[in-house]
Design a protein around this ligand. Structure first.
Ligand code: G4P
Length: 528
């Protein structure tokens, strides 16, 4: 076990990510949180509003030129006496496996929902992933300053589509032009929304179970409606219970408007109060607890060419136990080698800072000279491998080829590096020399083409290909795999890590295969 100081450092950390469908308000919420954490002095630093521009560092310029966000920033800030690590997930249409894997490195998620749109497709996918780890979820229903769905309808959608029981902590008083604020149901407090004075939110005690008290603060045509709503929800929804929250059975719900900075402090306060401090992670042999003395951590992200001048590659490690100190000697378990880490970094909006010490829950970036892969474990000597860092079957496929055929070797090298990063998956069919790319978001193909051009000086193009599904093939019976492979060569490929993969042209084909080969597993998810 570690010493008292170390235990205090663990206790005061919270590591979380924000998940949302594009445009629900993730960037805006992040920005307001950084303002509350005093990391930013003015709004608009995370993304200059209106212009679509990003903060102007070299790294962000690349993103700006590409017109998309590809960084995973780790933002660390202090709120009250808690050190918050906020992992930013790639935003907008640029949705990749990276987004999924970031969720393996956090202990809690903030789900942001657009009040006018309710649950959207991307949210469902992200929730499926956080469910793999039973990550606790806090929900923020955003944009109440605009016309919204009925709050009960949004809660209904969360319960039905995300299979989470809702516990409203605050409740909105109308929406859009009539938005008056929120009532904290537990504390019996009204927080008044004033779009003309955003920095000073007035609040008052209010026993909302008495309609006359409500009438005092809410206009006469609205107070009865709110009174009825509150009576109804107190009968439907359970009270908050931390145990069920930590098991991801219930989600506390907050309402607000990120743009006008209304309600963000409510979620931050609940986050530092309810989200767990860094929790254990499982390995192939045992669970590793954060309070253990020796350093352990796993790589959940690799980013190449963060600094184009140096062509460097960074591996992002989530610390699970022990302490990072400059110069620490670490065991790179998979390749059975020891390394001295003389420089680890953290990143904010493209700037990097050297770290002297870091603790469980923190994310550090270390240089990767081509030997580190996603899912790799680092320890102070123990031969253990963290598990649960998944690769997901891609959902869209393209064939990539060169404008100049002489660059085949460079193309393979570039694709190998980009796939190690998780930016794309590459498949090598067994029966021809094509190169098939697989991605989760369509924009990934453009990113790859552009990165090949900028970072590897390769001119490539892609075209549609008749593949709809990829499934990794495993079986307890090696003979079954041999039989299956011999009969279905033309549909088989190896991925970048030499895993046998079935590439199906359509759903019917895949279903036939699944029913025909009962002792073959067609896996949608693969452990790294
Ligand atoms: P994202 O990261 O989840 O994709 O969403 P982002 O925060 O970029 O917000 C998407 C759009 O929604 C932005 O408008 C943003 O200003 C707006 N928005 C976010 N929160 C609120 C809110 O509480 N109320 C209202 N009314 N709007 C909100 P945009 O016009 O697309 O971008 P921009 O031109 O403002 O940058």
């Amino acid at each position: 076990m570690c010493n008292l100081n170390h235990q205090l450092e663990i206790k005061k950390r919270r590591t979380f990510a924000i998940i949302s469908h594009p445009d629900a308000g993730k960037t805006t919420v992040t920005e307001k949180m950084l303002l509350l954490g005093k990391v930013l002095r003015t709004s608009g630093t995370v993304k200059a509003r209106g212009s679509g521009k990003y903060a102007k560092s070299d790294w962000m310029k690349i993103e700006k030129d590409r017109g998309i966000s590809i960084t995973t920033s780790v933002m660390q800030f202090q709120y009250k006496n808690i050190l918050v690590n906020l992992l930013d997930t790639p935003g907008h249409q640029d949705f990749s496996e990276d987004t999924y894997r970031i969720l393996t490195a956090v202990d809690c998620c903030l789900l942001v929902i657009d009040a006018a749109k309710g649950i959207e497709e991307r949210t469902k996918k992200l929730m499926d992933v956080s469910r793999l780890h039973n990550t606790p979820i806090i929900t923020f229903v955003n944009k109440l300053d605009r016309d919204s769905l009925e709050p009960i309808e949004i809660l209904d959608q969360i319960e039905k589509e995300l299979k989470l029981s809702c516990v409203p902590i605050t409740w909105p008083i109308s929406c859009g032009r009539n938005f008056k604020g929120v009532i904290n149901l537990d504390k019996k407090l009204i927080y008044f929304y004033n779009k003309f004075n955003k920095s000073n939110v007035l609040k008052t005690n209010c026993d909302y179970s008495d309609k006359n008290v409500l009438k005092k603060y809410i206009s006469s045509d609205l107070h009865l409606q709110i009174y009825e709503e509150l009576k109804l929800i107190s009968n439907i929804y359970l009270d908050f219970n931390k145990k069920d929250f930590l098991r991801s059975i219930i989600t506390p719900i907050f309402f607000g408007s990120a743009l006008t900075n209304f309600g963000i402090d409510h979620i931050l306060k609940s986050l530092i109060k309810w989200a767990p401090p860094p929790i254990y992670r499982s390995t192939n042999t045992r669970k590793v607890q954060p309070a253990e003395k020796h350093f352990t951590g796993f790589v959940f992200k690799i980013q190449a060419n963060m600094d184009l001048k140096h062509h460097d590659r960074m591996a992002f490690i989530r610390i699970v136990s022990g302490k990072y100190t400059k110069g620490i000697k670490l065991r790179h378990v998979r390749i059975k080698k020891n390394i001295i880490v003389s420089d680890a970094f953290y990143f904010i909006a493209g700037d990097r800072f050297s770290i002297e010490t870091a603790y469980p829950g923190d994310i550090i970036g270390i240089h990767n000279h081509g030997t580190i892969k996603i899912g790799d474990s680092f320890t102070e000597g123990e031969e253990i491998n963290f598990i649960g860092i998944p690769s997901f079957a891609p959902e869209i496929f393209r064939r990539i080829f060169l404008k100049n055929p002489l660059q085949q070797k460079q193309l393979k090298k570039g694709l190998m590096q980009l796939s190690e990063e998780g930016a794309i998956q590459v498949f090598y069919p067994l029966h021809n020399n094509h190169l098939i790319l697989g991605a989760i978001g369509i924009l990934q193909f453009d990113v790859v083409i552009q990165r090949l051009k900028i970072e590897y000086k390769i001119d490539a193009i892609y075209e549609k290909v008749n593949i709809k599904f990829a499934r990794w093939i495993t079986s307890d019976n090696k003979k079954s795999i041999d039989i299956f492979s011999n009969k279905n060569q033309s549909y088989l490929a190896l991925d970048n890590f030499n895993n046998l993969t079935y590439l199906a042209p359509n759903k019917a084909n895949l279903n036939i295969m699944i029913s025909r080969y009962i002792d073959i597993n067609f896996n949608k998810v693969r452990e790294q």
